[in-house]
Design a protein around this ligand. Structure first.
Ligand code: NAD
Ligand code: MG
Length: 390
């Protein structure tokens, strides 16, 4: 029986994680849940899974959860409730599925407490990859990827000598605007960008998929998870999202991992690793799919991928700066304040204007995040901006 703390249980990954638990209740117990503002869903999860305690970040939602289920669970009311739970002794595995920079400190706390980390929150590795990698080594902690591409890579390299990995091929769906020109992208609305062709996910990662920043963040994530140089990580657009990624070995052989696009499968793999617990998720019917296609990414129309490689090459706090500017830009786009192409522009401007330096400590990362957010917030608008609707 693995005892879980599900951080961000009301989100897309959190709900999928609880569905995996529901289907294999003899194998998992849920000791902690956390949410932000969806009090109703969190209260329903508390009634079903009976955690020992919950953390609710939004004060109004916290009051509602307390009123609804305060008699059956402890509702923590401190501002540092997330890190307080992360550091508790009586759970085994943290499912790190908060979105964005908010995931960093709880994940660091759980690593320091020696927990196994099932990692969905890629931003943690993007902003602090070197520090996180060193911490996991120091504390003997397993960092098991939930991201489907990284789960695929892990499955490809299991049992292979590490020196035999020649290249990682990260697959990308290309998002809803694959094939669009830079001009056409000017008029994209949030509603259009939120319509992902293959995956149902939270709004931030859905916009990241549309700009291809998600793939850029995943390149950085792969670099830290698998110790592979940036030049050995390539991106290939594969619109069917059936091959979740590939690994080329030193003898020229290439392995791919395939499956239907369903996040429960990589979550299940991370939670049951190194076993493969039998499960009845939807099976891949490859003959029905018929054709798998591949193309190179369009880095002219989708510059975010290039910006992520630039930040990875720059090193230090540059990836934290990239991430912070992206979070500010995506939020502004979702509020209808900037155009879709302005997301990449604002990130590029932030990377060139905000000074970056060494990332020697978590405090350096927090400072870089804070100063980039301040700069990006102050430079959101552009002079020729026309608001979009929808
Ligand atoms: P989501 O928006 O659906 O859920 C985010 C969760 O975090 C929610 O429970 C929310 O309440 C909580 N949260 C948000 N902001 C918070 C804050 N400031 N403080 C405390 N809690 C906060 O996001 P998601 O799609 O589940 O993605 C979660 C993470 O997993 C992201 O890092 C994403 O990149 C990664 N990921 C998601 C998918 C997917 O299919 N959704 C796939 C691969 C990786
Ligand atoms: Mg992914």
């Amino acid at each position: 029986m693995k005892i879980l703390a599900v951080f961000g249980s009301t989100g897309s990954i959190g709900c999928n994680t609880l569905e995996v638990v529901r289907r294999h209740s003899g194998h998992f117990a849920v000791r902690y849940l956390t949410g932000n503002s969806n009090a109703e869903l969190l209260a329903a999860q508390v009634r079903e899974f009976r955690p020992a305690a919950v953390a609710v970040s939004d004060p109004a939602a916290r009051a509602q959860v307390l009123a609804d289920v305060g008699d059956i669970t402890q509702v923590l009311d401190s501002d540092d409730a997330l890190t307080e739970i992360a550091g508790r002794e009586d759970y085994d595995t943290m499912v790190s599925s908060l979105v964005g920079f908010a995931g960093l400190l709880p994940t660091v706390t759980a690593i320091r407490a020696g927990k196994t980390i099932a990692l969905a929150n890629k931003e943690t590795l993007v902003v602090a990859g070197e520090i996180i990698t060193a911490l996991t080594r120091e504390h003997g902690v397993a960092l098991l990827p939930i991201d489907s591409e990284h789960s695929a890579i892990q499955q490809c390299i299991v049992g292979e000598p590490s020196h035999s990995v020649a290249r990682i091929l990260l697959t990308a769906s290309g998002g809803p605007f694959r094939g669009w020109t830079s001009d056409a992208l000017q008029a994209v609305t949030p509603a259009q960008a939120l319509r992902h062709p293959n995956w149902s996910m939270g709004s931030k990662i859905t916009i990241d998929s549309a700009t291809m920043m998600n793939k850029g963040l995943e390149v950085i994530e792969a670099h830290w998870l698998f110790g592979v140089a940036p030049a050995q990580i390539d991106v290939v657009v594969h619109p069917q999202s059936i091959i979740h990624s590939m690994v080329e070995f030193s003898d020229g052989s290439v392995k791919a991992q395939l499956g239907v696009p369903d996040m429960k499968i990589p979550i299940h793999y991370a939670l049951t690793y190194p076993d493969r617990l039998a499960a009845d998720y939807e099976r891949l019917d490859i003959a029905r799919i018929g054709t798998l296609t591949f193309e190179s990414p369009d880095v002219e129309a989708f510059p975010c991928l290039r910006l992520a490689y630039d930040a990875l090459h720059a090193g230090g706090t540059a990836p934290a700066c990239l991430n912070a500017a992206n979070e500010v830009a995506v939020a502004a786009f979702l509020r209808g304040e900037i155009t879709f192409p302005r997301i990449a522009e604002l990130i590029e401007e932030s990377l060139s204007h905000v000074p970056h330096g060494a990332a020697a400590s978590i405090e350096d990362i927090i400072d870089a995040d804070r100063s980039t957010r301040a700069w990006a917030e102050a430079h959101i608008s552009q002079t020729d901006f026309q608001p979009t609707t929808g």
